[in-house]
Design a protein around this ligand. Structure first.
Ligand SMILES: Cc1ncc(COP(=O)(O)O)c(C=O)c1O
Length: 375
């Protein structure tokens, strides 16, 4: 009768394993944790521009009023789609309310029965959840291992299309696949490569176009997922690919069809965020200097940091309780970092995940490293 008792038992199990998730408000701490790599989310100037920007012809100034297929569509959202497609050299683009929803949409409806999806074993949960919604068979391959992918592909004989999905920068480890090899292999063998660019868009390539564009692999990639909640500092996501892919998702992607469209405020944030990104002088960014400071400092201190092309730096601190204790210690010293525990990561690979930002300072980075070392 009392279902809450069942829920409490489950929570207790989590608690006993040191795995209870709890919401926190980290007022006053130095942010080494959010994905706001460029500081757009906290930009007062951008916030003012978003509020004061006027959009011709838009009546719904608060919410969008309905899904895009009902009355939630407008010229601005379509303009953003065209601009993103042009920016990253794709044929077309479709906006979703979040990266989570974009991945549910794509993997839930694009691969069909008889198709097969191969995904990296560290792929984001949103892609796994999308695959579960779809009708295609799926297999994981060892992290970043094209050899394992090849050997697994050799064992199947699909009647339909084969999709391979990777992230250009992995959200937990911050590392990258050898995207050129993956793209060439997929292209040469008629496989459809899908790249989640959540953590590289806004950071990698000319004005943050992402890793696929940086490596000029656009024509060897079937689709890319780009999220707006990380370097762009706002909310939503876009899938870029062919015009047919866009039309298909408008017709079959349930998380796109059955939800209220992004509000005009969110749309303005994306639009102005993209404008700001395109105007940035990447050579002048403090973030890239800080990443070097971090790499040098962590290297000199002998910390086990996973190398990354992006702004995520994971320091391995094996054992859930050790990683958790480190998180708490850093909290008490004013640093906001996250411990990532098993089973989110494999046992023995527990870590402190650190994100560096444009707004962090050299002395903050140096103090953080010192604090990690003072065990
Ligand atoms: C690789 C990757 N894909 C997709 C998402 C989901 O994006 P969003 O936060 O916009 O839902 C995330 C967010 O954590 C991510 O890291």
């Amino acid at each position: 009768m009392n279902h809450d008792k069942t829920l409490r038992e489950k929570l207790l199990q989590r608690s006993e394993g040191n795995l209870l998730r709890e919401l926190q408000v980290a007022d006053g701490l130095i942010d080494f944790c959010s994905n706001d790599y460029l500081g757009f989310a906290r930009s007062e100037k951008l916030a003012e521009q978003i509020v004061s920007a006027k959009v011709d012809g838009v009546i719904n100034l608060v919410g969008s009023g309905a899904s895009r297929l009902i009355s939630g569509n407008n010229h601005l959202i379509e303009r953003i789609e065209s601009e993103v497609a042009e920016f990253v050299a794709a044929e077309d683009a479709l906006i979703f309310n979040s990266g989570y929803s974009a991945n549910l949409s794509f993997f839930g409806c694009v691969p069909q029965r008889g198709d097969v999806v191969f995904y990296d074993e560290l792929i984001h949960a949103s892609i796994r959840d999308g695959i579960k919604l779809g009708l295609a068979r799926s297999y994981s391959f060892n992290h970043n291992s094209i050899e394992d992918l090849k050997s697994k592909i050799a064992t199947i004989s699909p009647s339909g299309s084969v999709f391979v999905v990777v992230e250009s920068i992995y959200s937990m480890d911050g590392d990258s696949p050898d995207l050129i090899r993956f793209a060439n292999y997929c292209f040469d063998n008629g496989l459809h490569l899908v790249v989640d660019e959540a953590h590289s868009f806004g950071l990698i390539g000319e004005n943050g176009r992402g890793m696929v564009s940086d490596l000029k692999l656009e024509h060897k990639t079937y689709a890319r997922i780009i999220t707006f909640g990380k370097a762009l500092g706002c909310h939503g996501a876009v899938i870029v690919g062919s015009r047919d892919l866009r039309s298909y998702m408008i017709n079959f992607a349930r998380p796109f069809i059955y939800t209220t469209a992004l509000s005009i405020h969110d749309q303005k944030a994306v639009h102005l965020g993209l404008k700001k990104l395109r105007a940035l002088n990447f050579k002048q960014l403090n973030l890239f200097r800080l990443l070097q400071v971090f790499n040098d400092g962590a290297g000199n201190a002998g910390l086990q940091a996973i190398p990354s092309a992006g702004a995520i730096r994971s320091i391995l601190i094996p054992g859930n309780s050790r990683a958790k204790m480190m998180e708490q210690k850093l909290f008490s010293k004013g640093f906001w970092v996250k411990a990532i525990l098993s089973p989110t990561v494999p046992e023995g690979k527990e870590r402190i995940r650190i994100c560096l930002h444009e707004f962090n300072t050299r002395s903050e980075v140096e103090k953080l490293i010192k604090c990690i070392c003072d065990e």
